[in-house]
Design a protein around this ligand. Structure first.
Ligand SMILES: NC(=O)c1ccc[n+]([C@@H]2O[C@H](COP(=O)([O-])OP(=O)(O)OC[C@H]3O[C@@H](n4cnc5c(N)ncnc54)[C@H](OP(=O)(O)O)[C@@H]3O)[C@@H](O)[C@H]2O)c1
Length: 277
């Protein structure tokens, strides 16, 4: 993935589908104008991956922007997710259909289980397999799965998730999980790559950034890309949407990558699946 990557670079998932390595997150992008304008600004800036979820309550706006943009639907990769209260076989099928209708799209590119809900997740996975088989989504995957959640899934199904979307940044460098996913041909996708903003004022990021004339946010995004992880920074601001995409004209040196790796402090900015049974 690394050689000469750009905003159009895609990775081939384990089912043959190609997914952009870089995209826009939309958690906490407010419903209505804010989400629509952010998605349109991102598409205009060259983003081709948009990440939403039923829980974000902005699928309607994401879908409207995707449909309104001048970019053909098949060139845009849309991810949405099954919320925790919708687990179980039948409920999953109904929740997917509700998401699809809100998006106003005939298919979803990637449908993820948002969280490994205990007791029900394997039934939900069976529903995702059905959706995949029927072509209602082009890929299925999981989010917030630790290695033991994945191992349990392997015991119950022969469909390996295409993607595992987890929190991932130098401050939460989940090296074992990354290696586990790589070994099983599951593409890791980094959420909260900017630590939701919490660490953007770390002076050590400024030090590294100044070497490359890049901002702390750009260093964090580039670090994830150089780990061969798909990365989806969120911003609702056009200037930052542009800034976050301006990460393809430099390479962080091996030495600086090691320095960034050493920032790990197991920082989780939202929920913690490492305690989920
Ligand atoms: N699967 C899951 O459980 C899960 C959990 C969390 C997130 N996600 C997904 O991953 C996406 C990204 O994660 P996230 O939204 O949690 O956090 P993030 O991308 O790490 O950070 C977003 C925050 O950083 C600010 N920001 C963005 N670019 C900036 C820049 N260049 N300079 C300074 N500040 C900047 C944004 O504010 P402004 O918008 O005001 O610019 C926002 O407050 C989400 O939007 C969502 O799609 C998934």
């Amino acid at each position: 993935m690394m050689k000469g990557i750009n905003i159009d670079t895609k990775v081939r998932l384990n089912n043959g589908v190609e997914m952009p390595i870089f995209g826009l997150g939309t958690y906490q992008a407010r419903r209505g104008k804010e989400t629509k304008e952010a998605v349109l600004a991102a598409l205009e800036a060259g983003y081709r991956l948009v990440d939403t979820a039923a829980m974000y309550e902005n699928e309607g706006d994401v879908g409207e922007a995707v449909r309104k943009s001048s970019i053909p639907r098949e060139e845009i990769f849309v991810t949405t997710k099954l919320w925790n209260s919708d687990h179980g076989y039948d409920r999953t099928l109904a929740a997917f259909e509700e998401s699809r209708q809100k998006l106003g799209l005939s298919y979803v590119d990637l449908y993820l289980i948002h969280w490994p809900v205990e007791g029900l997740r394997n039934e939900s996975w069976k529903a995702l397999e059905k959706l995949l088989k029927e072509g209602k989504c082009r890929g299925i995957g999981v989010s917030n799965y630790m290695t033991w959640h994945l191992e349990e899934l392997f015991r119950n199904s022969s469909t390996v998730p295409a993607v595992n979307q987890v929190e991932f940044s130098p401050y939460l460098y989940q090296k074992n999980l990354l290696e586990f996913c790589r070994k099983h041909d599951i593409q890791l996708e980094a959420y909260s790559p900017l630590t939701k903003g919490h660490k953007l004022n770390d002076p050590r990021l400024d030090d590294i950034g100044s070497k490359y004339s890049k901002s702390p946010a750009q260093i964090l995004i580039r670090w994830a890309l150089q780990k061969e992880v798909i990365v989806i920074p969120k911003s609702s601001r056009r200037d930052r949407i542009l800034e976050n995409a301006d990460v393809f004209d430099f390479v962080i040196s091996g030495k600086d990558m090691k320095v960034l790796d050493s920032f790990n402090q197991d920082l989780r900015t939202s929920w913690d699946p490492s305690t989920a049974p």
